[in-house]
Design a protein around this ligand. Sequence first.
Ligand code: PLP
Length: 392
Amino acid sequence: MTTNELFSQDKSYVMQTYGRFPVAIERGEGATLYDPEGKAYIDFASGIGVLSIGTAHPKFVEAVSAQAGKLAHASNLFFTEPGVILAKRLCEKSGMDKVFFSNSGAESNEGMIKLARKYSTDRYDNDRTEIITLVNSFHGRTISTLAATGQDVFHQYFYPFTEGFAHVPANDLDALKAAATDRTCAVMMELVQGEGGVLPLDRGYVKAVESFCKENDLLLLIDEVQTGIGRTGTLFAFQGYGISPDVVSCAKGIGGGLPLGAVLASKTCSDVLGPGTHATTFGANPICTAAGNAVLDVLEDGILESVSEKGAYLRSKIEEMGFATRGMGLMIGIVVEAGTHKETVKKLIEQGLLCITAGKDAIRLLPPLTITKDEMDRGLAILKQVLCGGSK
Ligand SMILES: *Cc1c(COP(=O)(O)O)cnc(C)c1O
């Protein structure tokens, strides 16, 4: 199908829930993608931080093809190898104790919320179930993760929402302490708010929240759906912050493009979800977890170490163009005049650079962690042309 045929058939047959850009993607290699007519795009978006090792990486193609030819699915009524190997590697690299595999970010967060509530009700009473989250956060699109999300725009249409979430402003320890009651069981947050605008939390605040949680037996839940799997320069952002969370969720980048999520629990709570308490049919799918192992193989091959350097390079070049940036590693927000970000991203895409927006004033860059210097330079040239080229 041509791009135009795709537009019109999508309109006829697909629920119009997405505000899509008028671009179709057919194939790609690394951080270069092509539409059906052969127009090339530099990928600074990774499909929202998913294509962690780029498109069609040989190790990904090999691992996925081999597993597809062997076994696609067995269900969790039986044991399969790729997920066990991936769980072991994730634990060894993160210091966490055990893993539950899900299929998406929202589902990982649902699992994390269930774990926190059960931990608390096992030890205390059935009223100690409230979770504090941050204003401007984003935790997903299910009814409970929408409730957890600290943005009012997400709290409409789908009533009744799950009870038991309190929202406090980020980087305000007093507000968090004031919101904690004898019904609070956990604090949940992103270390760099992604959808909210690429806003890293203050280090001192995060450390203080960690201590407050430990003192009060509140579980510290870190949503690493966007920051996890190397995005910020360490395998998980919590490692860069030097904290020890109780539970960590991840998704986006872990499957390298296939739908896979994970909940990682530390020793404090890794046995809370016992037999029969939590499950998903597709969890630990052998093809998706084989892809996850390929992602880790590539990160181990020098890519993880390159992330901070690549991020610093992009930011220094963008700052030379006269724009402020924020973020960590290859999770970058270019700060533009509030409200102009959507229009600018449209122009960038027209000129052949895929990127996305965040919050009210940021152009968000989430390039594949494997992006080459040449691809970065080609993307930077388009950025310069659009950001500094006047009305062109
Ligand atoms: C994308 C995202 C989610 C939701 O992930 P889905 O896979 O879309 O369900 C949750 N939390 C954060 C921080 C995210 O960036």
